[in-house]
Design a protein around this ligand. Structure first.
Ligand code: SF4
Ligand code: SF4
Length: 361
């Protein structure tokens, strides 16, 4: 099992949340059988809320900042978190754009923690100083991912479209690490590397830097260049993965790594995914999707939480999120959170339509 999932599971056990873990276990079993749960509501196991698409960075392959409009008010955000909590997911990830641009971020995180959700934050760390780090850690959130894509600052900064972006991310990591020490919190800190074919060989270097700077782990997410990929292949088939990546040391589970390597080498994804039943992504306009890749495709006609705040359970019962996934996207997707969740639950299915199989260790 992925290291971070194990960490969150043990934390929930130590907090005495055995009843909610039991309910999640029942739903996970239902997912394995591809059947509705016998008791309790149907809903996601993993929810993600993008509280803004505004961002001070300009990453090469991201057009989210250009879509930044129609954000929810602070009060509306809290109502959305209440609605998500009623669905009973195990965890909620707060993401962006850059979530730090919203002053209400701390109250958003605190609300999710109050609901007993495993609460996670994704950030680039830009502008995160000592005081904000103290406030973030004080919310009691469970984990933070800081995005750093390369051990060499000039490469990271070029990808992220801003000079000093890598230094700011490492500063933020240091502030967060010191804050959790001072507050005696077990907040998990990870560096998330969006890995491209040109940077595969840098993974071991960045991992060493990240751990030395206070991170608990380095985690990989392959760059998903959906529009540029041909057919259902994300990259040309001749890309080779360095031998060092095949060894241990990364936060991703061995089974995930076994799957990511063929993906990075250009193979289509040989699995089906449970995200339409186990995931929920809410974008800043209230659009409802099963996962980040579906949300960023922004196909029209997605249901909206503003129209259906009290009927999210019904939406799940009738499988209302699957229709928002553009055709062909799943065949070129190795999204870390959904893949790792499916591996942990044992619900990863081989792709029936292509007959492709995944050989797991
Ligand atoms: S930090 Fe994230 S939201 Fe901002 S431009 Fe980069 S990928 Fe897009
Ligand atoms: S495979 Fe990817 S795009 Fe398809 S449902 Fe899963 S996470 Fe979404």
């Amino acid at each position: 099992m992925r290291e971070s999932l194990r960490h969150h599971l043990f934390r929930q056990i130590r907090r005495g949340r055995l009843r909610s873990l039991g309910r999640l276990w029942v739903r996970a079993r239902a997912l394995r059988r591809d059947a509705p749960p016998a008791h309790g509501p149907e809903g996601p196991l993993l929810a993600t809320l993008a509280i803004t698409y505004r961002c001070p960075l300009g990453c090469e392959m991201c057009d989210l900042p250009a879509q930044a409009r129609g954000e929810p008010s602070d009060e509306e955000l809290l109502r959305w978190i209440d609605a998500i909590a009623r669905l009973g997911p195990a965890g909620l990830g707060i993401t962006g754009g850059e979530p730090l641009v919203r002053k209400s971020l701390e109250s958003v995180l605190a609300r999710a923690v109050k609901h007993g959700l495993v609460t996670h934050l994704n950030t680039s760390g830009l502008g995160l100083g000592r005081e904000r780090a103290e406030r973030l850690i004080a919310t009691g959130l469970d984990s933070i991912n800081l995005s750093i894509d390369h051990d060499q600052a000039r490469v990271h900064d070029r990808w992220r479209g801003r000079e000093g972006a890598q230094a700011a991310a490492f500063d933020a990591l240091d502030h967060l690490h010191q804050a959790r020490r001072r507050q005696k919190r077990a907040t998990r800190l990870q560096v998330m590397m969006a890995v491209g074919r040109d940077t595969l060989e840098r993974v071991p270097h960045l991992e060493r830097l990240a751990r030395a700077a206070g991170a608990d782990a380095l985690s990989l997410l392959p760059v998903h260049d959906f529009p540029a990929g041909g057919g259902n292949r994300p990259w040309p088939a001749h890309v080779k993965v360095p031998a060092e990546l095949r060894g241990p040391g990364l936060e991703n589970s061995p089974a995930y790594r076994a799957g990511i390597l063929p993906f990075l080498e250009g193979a289509a994804t040989p699995v089906t995914c449970s995200a339409p039943r186990s995931g929920l992504f809410i974008d800043p306009s209230g659009g409802l999707f099963p996962c980040t890749p579906a949300a960023t495709a922004r196909a029209g006609g997605a249901p909206n939480i503003r129209a259906t705040p009290d009927t999210l359970v019904e939406l799940y019962r009738r499988g209302g999120l699957a229709a928002t996934i553009p055709e062909g996207r799943c065949g070129r997707c190795w999204w870390n959170c959904h893949r790792e969740l499916d591996l942990a639950l044992g619900v990863l299915g081989d792709r029936k339509e292509t007959g492709q199989r995944l050989d797991l260790p």
